[in-house]
Write a protein that binds this ligand. Sequence first.
Ligand SMILES: [Zn+2]
Length: 540
Amino acid sequence: MELMTTTSTAKRHPRRPHVALRNAKTAAKREQRQVAERVLSEGLAQQSDAATAMAITDGHLTEAEVLAWRQDLNARIDVLLQHPEQNLGFIEEAMASAGKELMRQGTERACQAKANATPSCCPEHPDVELTQKKLLRRTVQARFGTMILFRTYGWCSKCEQWQFPADHALGLERNAPASPYLQEISALLTSKMPPEQAVLVAQRLGLDLARCFLHREAHRQGLKAQCARARWLAQLDSWDGIQSLAAHGEGPPTQPFSLIIEIDAWNIRERDEWGRTEELRQQGKKPPSRWHWVYVGTVFRLDHRVEGNGKRAVISERGYAATREGVDALIRQLHREAVQRGLGRAEQVLVIADGAAWIWNAVEDRFKDAHQRLDLWHADEHLWEVANDLYGKGTPEARNWVAPLLKQIRDDQTLHVIQSLGELKPQLTEVLQEKVQKQIDYFDNHRNRMNYKEIIEARKARDKGDVTPEQLLKAQTPLGSGAIESTCRQYQSRFKRTGQFWSTAGDEALMCLETFWRNDRWDHLYPHAKPSPTPSLALN
Ligand SMILES: [Zn+2]
């Protein structure tokens, strides 16, 4: 506006340019003064806010604040009662929104009190008192909304860094605005569902999380989880670590138990040139994508596997391992998980999996003394393949041919199966001969892992009600790797959706978070998430 006026003045008085100049100078001076006044008053306001904040000691809400909340709440209830069509859902919404500001104030106050009470020592060197102390304001995104926090920071002469002891005490990260609860929720939602859904779900739960906030925070939490996993794995590498693992064991079991380990893999679609999708599209190129293997394993004690009503087994406690960083990475995780769940104390260790060579090589390497079992249904499938090739898929002839062989497998007569296939070969065409030979090799490779008879008989005896205690235990032993197959399906439901692509770093981080959750070790990342032994304090 100023500029336009001076221009028009200049036009009307072409012989007086100094007037325009003078006007412009006055305007500039006025603006400078206004800016200075604003900065000064903001500074004063901040100073007075800081002084108020630093004076907080007990972190309690005042009577007046609680009263204001009650009045607001009562007014909302009055409105609700005037609307008979509004159900309990509306009451719940009204309560939640009326309470939110009070909760925010209460959280901010308690947080400030905690910050004020934190000694100004270096978090990494508690014996070092910080010097050159100053006060700094920060904004925190927390469960009930945005909070302002003032805290002291200072210089640690030992680590030669500026340290923020209150941030450390409150669980705030250096350059991230999320409170520990929002750190957790970002990690949880993003590992369970795509971010665009997570934003909407969070909103319905009363949390306003922007997509970019969620994305950045989940990324940070994924890295945190991977660091925690690395520390957890490293426990097996040091004498101290092993000692502390032994000390934290569950103590001697009341009776001997078997440990079951199941291993499998599935593939995930990953996009190379991550972040360049749009650019490549504009150039008329399709972003390259590849399929990569995700390796998974599970470990549980047999006495934690209970057959429910419909004979569907339920495993009450089990450990998981999942990674796309290769077989060695999986086996290392799985071994650590097995140690945690009693590898050293188990009477017997049994590994069950399909016929993939990498699995059995890794097992020989890391679980040398374990019994091995080929998944019965994979063995069946290989026989069915021959039957279908010989007689056509689903024909009665195929069924008749395969039936006695399926029975032989269940009777641990794998050698007979191999023999029958061998006798069949000379009567076949070259193509079929090759196919049958492949299956002969398969059964020959795995015949020492095909041991089903004892379990099937124990199950029959149990069903008849004529069972020895030893048989009862045997009957519970799985014949196949169903537990890990269902685990794969569960991971896939998040990580393998139509049109979904992952980057290597992204999927490993999210899978790491998901595995912490599944292993019931979430509170290692978020200590506040540990269920409290007492549901609430008694209110008198
Ligand atoms: Zn320090």
